[in-house]
Design a protein around this ligand. Sequence first.
Ligand code: NAD
Ligand code: TYD
Length: 336
Amino acid sequence: MYKRLLVTGGMGFIGSNFIRHILSRHGDVEIVNLDKLTYAGNPGNLEGVESKMLRFVKGEVCDREVVDRLVSDCEAVVHFAAETHVDRSIAYAGDFVSTDVFGTFILLEAARRHKTKRFVHISTDEVYGEAVGSPSKETDALMPKSPYAASKAGADRLAFSYYCTYDLPVIITRCTNNYGPYQYPEKLIPLFVTNAIEDKPLPVYGTGKNSRDWIFVKDHCQAIETILDSEGQEGEVFNIGSGEERSILDIASLVLSALGKDDDLVEFVPDRPGHVRRHAVDTRKIRERLGWKAAHSFDSAMRKTVEWYRDNEKWWRPIKSGEFRKYYEQHYAQGS
Ligand code: NAD
Ligand code: TYD
């Protein structure tokens, strides 16, 4: 394991879980967490983490000077920072192009200048667009359907180009939908769980039949650690997923039954424009080359996740009463 890591976006959902994961497994790894603290960045996501090995820098990935200084001082970069919500990208595409594409460019440039030993670029399975027929393979064409997915596709291929052109040791991950503790409650699972706890409607887009492959965030973090530690995989792309495909309606009924709530909380709302019917990835490459596979079953990890939100109201209630409330009222009043 590299001893000095720069993690971007470590105050977000997956980044904070990743920092917890690494600190709990390696006493000798120093982490610098660069995060702008957008609406989605929350210092509460790292509450209780008391480590001399972790340093937080509030800053912007598009800021050349800050990025240059931090990259010069680390061995490896794990780049999570991004605007991440598809619905918001429909309303504010520019923020996504700026952070997801340009911010990645600034980081790659600094990594090239300072000869960073490993650059793990956290991409997404959204870059494939629809998984038609069989699950998406790493070699499939990229056909992103939302401004979020398209910005991530731009960043994904830019990272690859730095491997091809400058020999930067980049590895790209494309993971499916994550769930678990500390996920901002605009995303499906924490939104449904917290709405159900509050006896509010669960807004189901369109028919509710669109499906995703759902992975527990701790499995994703383990996959990233495996990739950081791997040898001879520079320039490669790895899909990460669990194979646990569920529709929106499946998620709604699971959440309602776990919380003992009535099915009439389900509310059908207008569909999302450009809504991808199915995301699912083929994970043969990471399983066969690196020996990683998801360790958690969907049913038990989802049960734990529902319990976590039930037991941690003090984490999500302030979010749902602040900036999120304005967004929610606007977004769901207009339909999507
Ligand atoms: P998130 O929205 O919870 O967190 C994003 C973090 O990035 C926040 O802390 C935010 O403050 C920070 N950030 C945003 N813009 C920034 C900027 N300009 N400079 C510095 N920091 C900035 O996102 P997440 O769900 O944790 O996703 C993390 C990464 O994983 C993203 O790159 C995302 O595309 C990718 N991903 C997410 C999923 C998923 O299901 N959530 C699946 C696959 C891939
Ligand atoms: P989301 O969590 O936004 O992730 P993504 O769009 O990146 O897959 O949405 C997951 C699925 O849930 C997607 O099919 C859209 C659907 N969805 C709803 O039906 N209602 C909602 O309120 C939200 C936020 C999502």
